[in-house]
Design a protein around this ligand. Structure first.
Ligand code: ADP
Ligand code: ZN
Ligand code: ZN
Length: 737
């Protein structure tokens, strides 16, 4: 045993940001007290790296003489607390992902690179006594100053400069003038816990909402998971906001996770309107310094509410009291590359570790969550009616067999659109495909435009005269003639939003049509701009992709039409019916959200399809029950557990050879409780130039599955031929592609 008994040795066991499962040992350089969770700079190879201290030990499996001393200690106090580290360790374990890389996911880039963990000094401004009583309307000739003064008068506490920027453009000039007039002054940072954390008390809640609020409030300070299950428009967001107000009044911080925040600027606006505390919004479009500041503010308790997407989950809090995850069914909570974690599941683990309640909200809960509610692991809170005056929209299947279609629009649908527009109400059309058409085909030789790097057709983007692959991003000019037979006429097959937009513009030349998809909303601020126009009533027809399903609130939309639900009915992934049902219900939920009743029309060639009939006649929950029964019958999740192993390589044979070797290893372990399905080519067998294979492991016993992986993963690491392929594990996959 090379273990060193030397009493003097102080050994730091650290995690490094490397694709390696083990920790690394280094020698301490002095006796300064130091605890796990601080960052260290350590020598590595010819260079150096930033490490996080996990353990202090006196022994090492490596001979002490061979250990190198660290270069320096970066943090004086732990950047990550014991609890933060425990969560990250759990995540590394459960997802079979190297701890150093898990930690990298949790840290903002600057901190990963060793930046000091100090916040830039935030400057605050506050009203002077004169400013408090000043009549803002007398500033009407200086609207910028008037507006800024009103913002201050609406808040009771000092405001940080960082927040002023989000309240008003050009606030500096106005602030300078107001300081000059003796109405504003520089101030100290206020305490996080302000006297009145909310601007107003919110709406008076109905009985269901009150019951939900009471149940969660009772569990403050304890771990408990709630499934807040309420139809769209039933007032879930109102429940969140009232719960947040209660948490803030108790001096607790709140974490709110949403699927894609840039798609739902309305939510942020509602929060800012309601709360008088500093709110941090964290999402993938933040710059690195912004992300670091947000992270540190939350950690130091300078910010009360963190509103963010899945990666915000790992932000350390000073005093977290409540976790809310909205639209919990949304698969964007599952990261699809690198550390493939489910923010929903890890949020529950985090709540458990910290002893705080977790609220999962949705109008269309995931089947897993409904199962957890049924077996008592989650407490089921239901909001059965729409809040306020809005009523549920009526649903109708429109059989389009034998109908004449104009670019996918049937005559009865066009009539319904005309009727709605005549009443000066808005129409929302949903088609889950962007671009002009998904297929370009030669009319004489049947050549089809395919991506050279993927097993997929190229999508026509007619306006830009391009063909694009929606999987790898490669593109080329739209050919004028068939590249194969040189003479044939090229035809666009199928429908995309661009094509439907064109025909709508031709049929309704005097109406304003807005197309919302990834192509039209790429520019920063474009989506916000469109949403504003829609809500100001300047738009008649909204046409878009699944982007429309994401919690938007269009008060004047009374007709929602789904142009093509059939393409979702035929998929080999067992998750597909669940996802389709959620999408249909979520899109339908955009109709009639205010006073006017809404109507939903679904065009289909399968009006007798059981899934569609169940949804229309008995609603999502009845569908979910049937789907769960089917899953149980088939032994599929949530009644079993899956891990999908994906392998890809530039050479065609390498992935299969690798997986065959893995199967041989699995046979050695002879774990009968785990079923091995495959290897098989991935449903998209080639993508971005790489050949793809996969292997599915499935078991009724989560423990058995994970113990097997604990043994298998190190063996795979050591396997010959490993360099030729890239492999990944997807624990609890939501997408088998
Ligand atoms: P959800 O998040 O479930 O879609 P929201 O919280 O956004 O629902 O509420 C939908 C609409 O109903 C909003 O306009 C909201 O202001 C309103 N609302 C919510 N709760 C109430 C209530 N108790 N009384 C009146 N209106 C309400
Ligand atoms: Zn041809
Ligand atoms: Zn491609």
């Amino acid at each position: 045993m090379p273990t060193s008994p030397s009493a003097a040795a102080r050994i730091f066991r650290v995690a490094l940001p490397l694709p390696v499962f083990s920790l690394f040992d280094y020698l301490a350089i002095d006796d300064e007290p130091i605890c796990p969770g601080v960052r260290l700079e350590v020598p590595f190879g010819k260079g150096h790296k930033i490490a996080v201290l996990m353990e202090i030990s006196t022994t090492s499996p490596v001979a002490v003489e061979k250990l190198k001393p660290i270069l320096r200690v970066i943090d004086r106090e732990a950047l990550l607390t014991k609890q933060d580290l425990a969560l990250l360790q759990w995540v590394g374990h459960y997802y079979h992902h190297p701890l150093g890389q898990v930690i990298s996911t949790a840290l903002p880039a600057g901190l990963r690179q060793g930046n000091t963990a100090a916040l830039p000094q935030t400057r605050y401004l506050a009203l002077t006594d004169m400013g408090k009583n000043f009549d803002a309307s007398s500033l009407k000739r200086a609207p910028q100053q008037k507006n800024l003064l009103e913002q201050f008068q609406a808040h009771t506490s000092a405001l940080p400069e960082t927040q002023l920027a989000s309240l008003q453009n050009n606030w500096r000039t106005a602030a300078k003038a107001l300081i000059g007039k003796g109405l504003l002054m520089p101030a100290d940072a206020p305490d996080m816990v302000v006297q009145a954390p909310a601007h107003n008390t919110g709406l008076s809640c109905n009985a269901d909402q009150q019951a939900a609020i009471a149940a969660v409030t009772d569990s403050f300070g304890k771990f408990r998971v709630f499934l807040l299950d309420g139809v769209t428009g039933s007032g879930k967001t109102e429940v969140y906001m009232q719960l947040i107000a209660i948490a803030l009044a108790r001096g607790l911080q709140v974490l709110v996770l949403v699927p894609e925040i840039t798609l739902t600027p309305q939510l942020e606006a509602r929060f800012r309107q309601r709360f008088n505390v500093s709110i941090t919004v964290s999402h993938s479009k933040l710059t690195d310094p912004q992300r670091q500041t947000a992270w540190l503010q939350i950690r130091q308790g300078e910010c009360a509410i963190l509103l963010g997407t899945r990666s915000a989950l790992f932000t350390p809090f000073k005093n977290l009291g409540l976790v809310i995850l909205d639209e919990e069914h949304d698969t964007s909570f599952k990261q699809q590359e690198g550390l493939r974690f489910s923010a929903r599941d890890v949020a529950v683990v985090r709540g458990k570790q910290l002893g705080v309640p977790v609220v999962l909200g949705s109008a269309t809960p995931a089947l897993e969550s409904l199962c957890n509610a049924a077996n008592g692991r989650y407490q089921h809170l239901r909001l059965l009616k729409r809040a306020g005056v809005a009523v549920q929209p009526s649903l109708q299947l429109l059989d389009i067999r034998n109908q004449r279609l104009q670019e996918g629009l049937s005559e009865p649908l066009l009539a319904a659109i005309r009727g709605t527009l005549a009443k000066h109400e808005q129409v929302l059309l949903f088609l889950n495909r962007r671009g002009f058409a998904p297929t370009l085909i030669c009319h004489s030789c049947a050549w089809v435009a395919r991506c050279r790097r993927c097993d997929a057709n190229l999508v026509i983007h007619r306006h830009e005269q391009r063909l694009r692959c929606h999987h790898c991003g490669s593109e080329q000019a739209l050919p004028k003639h068939c590249p194969a037979c040189k003479t044939g006429e090229l035809t666009a097959l199928g429908l995309g939003t661009e094509r439907v937009g064109q025909v709508l513009a031709a049929i309704f030349p005097d109406k304003t049509i807005v197309r919302l998809d990834r192509d039209t909303t790429q520019r920063k601020g474009a989506l916000e701009n469109y949403l504003e126009q829609i809500n100001a009533g300047k738009v008649d027809i909204i046409l878009g992709t699944q982007m429309l399903a994401k919690g938007h609130h269009f008060a004047n939309v009374t007709l929602v039409a789904l142009l093509d639900v059939d393409s979702g009915l035929f998929s080999i992934d067992f998750h597909a019916p669940e996802k389709l049902a959620q999408l249909l219900v979520q899109v339908s939920g955009r109709a009639g959200r205010a006073e006017k009743p809404g109507k939903v029309v679904m065009q289909t060639r399968r009006p007798d399809h059981p899934l569609l009939l169940a949804l229309i006649h008995s609603g999502y929950h009845s569908f979910a029950q049937t789907a769960l029964a089917e899953r149980q019958e088939a032994g599929l999740p949530p009644y079993s557990h899956q891990v999908l192993m994906r392998v890809q390589a530039a050479s065609e044979d390498a992935p299969l050879a690798f997986l065959n070797a893995v199967v041989a290893l699995l046979q050695q372990h002879a774990q009968t409780k785990v079923e091995v399905l495959g290897p098989a080519a991935a449903p998209m067998a080639k993508r971005a130039g790489l050949y793809r294979y996969q292997l599915l492991l499935q078991s009724q016993h989560r423990q058995a599955l994970h113990r097997l992986l604990d043994k298998l993963v190190p063996q795979m690491e050591a396997m010959k031929g490993k360099q030729k392929v890239r492999w990944s594990l997807d624990v609890d996959p939501v997408d088998l592609y």
